[in-house]
Write a new protein. Structure first.
Length: 139
């Protein structure tokens, strides 16, 4: 019923009342998720997985990442991991991975102090969200 009301307000050109906005936004996200088609990623990905997350989403990542997938199980649930004591579990790991990515990005050679990797060398990546939309404009 809330969904019908939301789209009724939109069709009539009215603002959606605050009590219905979450429902409307959820439906917009759900529609976008149905159209989302991930593309394979050639680099390396670091995946911080909540120890309480029992989903099989890791299988999806393994099929998309061609440069290696490093998984770290961290304590807490999805919303806990950004809170004080839980941050202490993953922040040092993220710092280590970012430092390593920086070392791989710039490598010294005899002509100059550092150089960027060439296109045929695989850079060390930390995070990636490749996308491709399908059926854009259809419902």
């Amino acid at each position: 019923m809330k969904t019908v009301l939301c789209f009724g307000y939109v069709k009539m050109g009215h603002s959606i009342p605050p009590t219905l906005r979450s429902t409307y936004i959820f439906n917009v996200y759900r529609k976008a998720a149905r159209k989302y088609v991930p593309l394979p990623y050639p680099g390396r990905v670091i995946y911080f997985k909540s120890a309480l997350n029992l989903s099989d989403s890791l299988l999806s990542w393994e099929n998309l990442v061609n440069g290696g997938l490093q998984v770290y199980d961290i304590p807490g649930d999805h919303s806990d991991i950004k809170k004080g004591p839980y941050v202490d579990a993953w922040a040092p790991i993220l710092k280590k991975e970012l430092d390593e990515a920086q070392r791989h990005l710039f490598r010294p050679n005899h002509h100059n102090r550092s150089r960027l990797l060439t296109h045929d060398q695989k850079p060390h990546r930390v995070v990636a969200f490749p996308t491709r939309e399908k059926n854009f404009g259809s419902t």
